[in-house]
Design a protein around this ligand. Structure first.
Ligand code: 5RP
Length: 231
């Protein structure tokens, strides 16, 4: 499994992350995603706030909370603002129909809540994330109490589930919500909508990482350009 490198510079991620900041206008309530690509968006929004952009934001993780505070972005909550104008977030894989797999940073539960609360949901990603069909493992946030039952049910629907282990802590990754993460491989996912519905029926899964509600994707290329795809 590929190591995450949130501090590594990526011109492609930077181009996509900064380009999407153009979508954010005065007066908007903005959902801030998690990950290294969204970090560029958050930093860019911070620069624009310093120059007078008037926004408030809802975060999806402790990571985006810390980045937004550092960037000087005023934060609010879904309790105060249940309807967001836009949410901008990263992806682990994106297919030709703009179905997405998320959760590489174990933040997909809050990311899904924020994306579903937003009028417009925009993905920012580098071109390595594009794939004709989804075949990336699907992150599942799981109640620790239900781990064995989830492993059994995921195998029954054809998955190969693995408990995600922490790298600088002994034992499992614990999500921002206090849960385990199970990464489940299914090979090529022929129908992401059907797989999403199947996983939603598994008792003990709090949320899975398949997103079928993307409006637009900003894909950063090696030459510094950004391709904008719409669903
Ligand atoms: C976190 C996510 C991230 O948005 C996804 O893993 C992409 O991360 P990055 O922009 O660092 O490649 O879903 O749970």
């Amino acid at each position: 499994m590929k190591e995450r490198n949130p501090s590594g510079e990526s011109p492609e991620k930077k181009a996509a992350g900064i380009a999407a900041a153009d979508l954010v206008k005065d007066g908007m309530v903005v959902g801030l995603g998690t990950g290294s690509t969204t970090a560029y968006t958050i930093a860019e929004l911070g620069r624009r706030v310093a120059k007078g952009l008037d926004i408030i934001a809802v975060v999806t993780s402790y990571q985006s909370e810390m980045l937004a505070i550092d960037a000087g972005i005023t934060l609010t909550s879904l309790a105060e603002y249940p309807e967001l104008d836009i949410a901008i977030d990263g992806a682990d894989q994106i297919d030709a129909a703009l179905n997405v797999i998320k959760g590489g940073g174990a933040a997909h539960t809050r990311e899904k809540v924020v994306s579903r609360s937003a009028e417009r949901f925009v993905i920012v990603a580098d071109e390595s994330k594009s794939s004709e069909q989804l075949n990336h493992y699907v992150p599942l946030e799981v109640l620790p109490y239900a781990k064995e039952l989830v492993l059994k049910q995921v195998r029954m629907i054809g998955g190969d589930p693995v408990l995600r282990l922490a790298s600088r802590k002994d034992g499992p990754v614990i999500s921002d919500n206090g849960n385990f993460i199970i990464d489940a491989s299914f090979g090529v996912i022929e129908n992401p909508v059907v797989m999403s519905a199947l996983l939603s029926q598994v008792a003990g899964i709090v949320e899975h990482g398949i997103f079928t509600n993307v409006d637009e994707a900003y894909i950063g290329k090696k030459d510094g350009s950004v391709e904008i795809l719409r669903s």
